[in-house]
Design a protein around this ligand. Structure first.
Ligand SMILES: *Cc1c(COP(=O)(O)O)cnc(C)c1O
Length: 478
């Protein structure tokens, strides 16, 4: 047995590279990432290649190791030079963010030390750090200090945690589910619909509230619906609004909706995954008034704080409700019970063991301070106004005035079908690849979107975008 153990040890010790091996491997990785960053201004925002990374499959997972140079080549050819480049400032589609550098170093440290950030007993420091970040978000959003939250992988899980908490707080169960009513907007992000289904609330009645011409919920309409539903013996329980819709960046009238929710005792959830961090700017603060009266908020640091993907957050005003849905006691966890200075993330989310994702947010906030983040958000709001003015001068029609950093616009060609023309236009811009824009359907019309939130997007990027759009329109009108 000893002999076998020694034999196995020799092989298993390969999992611990020597300091020299670490250094050599790290050097290659750093040099790869530095090359990427040096070229970031020149790299395309979108790249189509016929092979779509298929060559990755020619190097299957097997007993046979490859070296770091080969590995980096596989990544470069098949992953990093294909499709969308979200690190590019030219990423102006969906909702961008970018991926700031110090987060990568935070992740690096978190992975090396591998602190267990799920439970206070296991890593008091890691949990304090995560709770401190939550406390900072509570403060900027105007929630009380005794509210709680959780750092999630993104807005989708944040919405899920909030909706599950709302479900239990409002005691929606098999007896009343078919009479329970959820109010939302057709413009709600699809992760909200997913969360409703995953939370087992599919049998609830979903009421889509009428929207105004800027795609915002009409609050009076909401109240009328609630009153009518109550009169008919139904159980109005949850309102979901957006603070920045993905489609057009619309902010629902949060203050009015909050008052309605309070009056009628409904849970009020605000999906601020996209727009939440604009509250750090003066303009955003005014526009998000009322968000502090909600019961729960989703907010995405991988959007509004420009972190790499994998960082969302959910904030919930009543921690006892959050615990009721998410905490669990298991015998093998009993040692953890003695340490309760701070609440543990594992008691407030479906996760137990999780990535120590606080560090990727804490490190950049500490190393930069908050000022450049605020400036970057202000810059994005101003760039949006700039694009909005210039694009109209190029003869484009505007679908609605931008509230945050999304512009919706379309070109009306001299002849032919405008929908087809704009479809071709977005395809041409994507094929060009220097910038990446996307499209949507608004009022049944094919509409182009520009979403400005990547931290590397500056005036130069927007001027380039205008130039490309002008070029492509000319090409298509020929
Ligand atoms: C992006 C987004 C989501 C989903 O967040 P993920 O981080 O992609 O999971 C939810 N709601 C809104 C408004 C969003 O913009």
């Amino acid at each position: 047995m000893i002999h076998k153990l020694k034999e196995l040890e020799i092989i298993s010790r390969q999992l611990e590279p020597t300091a020299r091996q670490r250094k050599a491997t790290r050097k290659k990785v750093i040099s790869y990432s530095e090359d990427f960053l040096k070229q970031i201004e020149k790299l395309k925002a979108y790249e189509t290649k016929a092979d779509k990374g298929i060559a990755l499959l020619n190097s299957p997972i097997s007993e046979h190791p490859i070296n770091i140079v080969e590995a980096l080549n596989l990544i470069k050819q098949n992953v990093d030079s294909q499709g969308l480049n979200p690190a590019s400032g030219g990423h102006l589609g969906y909702i961008p963010g970018g991926g700031i550098y110090y987060s990568a170093l935070g992740d690096y440290l978190a992975d090396i030390t591998n602190r267990f950030a799920g439970i206070f007993f296991a890593s008091p420091g890691a949990v304090r750090m995560e709770n401190m970040l939550i406390a900072w978000m509570l403060k900027i959003l105007g929630y009380p200090r005794n509210a709680a939250g959780n750092l999630t992988s993104g807005g989708s899980i944040a919405n899920l945690i909030a909706i599950v908490t709302a479900r239990d707080a409002k005691e929606i169960n098999s007896k009343n589910i078919t009479k329970s009513v959820i109010y939302l907007s057709q413009q709600a992000h699809h992760s909200v619909q997913k969360a409703i289904r995953i939370a087992g609330l599919n049998e609830c009645i979903l009421r889509y509230i009428k929207l105004d011409s800027a795609y915002r919920i009409v609050a009076s309409e909401l109240e009328n619906l609630i009153k009518k539903d109550k009169k008919n013996g139904l159980n109005p329980c949850l309102i979901i609004a957006s603070a920045g819709t993905t489609d057009v960046g619309a902010i629902d009238p949060l203050n009015e909706i909050a008052n309605i929710a309070i009056r009628h005792k409904l849970w009020f959830h605000v999906d601020a995954a996209y727009g939440g961090f604009f509250i750090l700017t003066n303009e955003g603060k005014k526009k998000l008034t009322g968000i502090e009266k909600s019961d729960s908020i989703s907010i995405d640091p991988h959007k509004g704080l420009f972190l790499p993907y994998g960082s969302g957050a959910v904030l919930i005003k009543d921690i006892s409700q959050m615990k009721k849905s998410h905490s669990y006691l298991a015998n093998y966890m009993q040692d953890a019970l003695s340490s309760t200075d701070e609440y543990s993330p594992a008691d407030l989310s479906p996760e137990l063991t999780k990535h120590f994702r606080g560090l990727r947010l804490w490190l950049p906030l500490k190393l930069h301070g908050t000022k450049p983040f605020v400036a970057c958000l202000e810059e994005k709001l101003l760039l949006t106004k700039y694009f909005y003015q210039k694009i109209q001068k190029l003869g484009f029609e505007i679908e609605c005035e931008p509230e945050l950093s999304v512009v919706t616009y379309r070109y009306i060609p001299k002849k032919g079908d405008p929908d087809l023309f704009n479809k071709r236009l977005v395809e041409e811009v994507q094929k060009d690849g220097r910038v990446f824009i996307t499209s949507t359907m608004l009022n049944g019309k094919f509409t182009l979107r520009l979403a400005i939130l990547a931290f590397r997007t500056h005036l130069k990027t927007i001027n380039l975008t205008l130039k490309i759009l002008k070029e492509k329109v000319k090409l298509l009108e020929k």
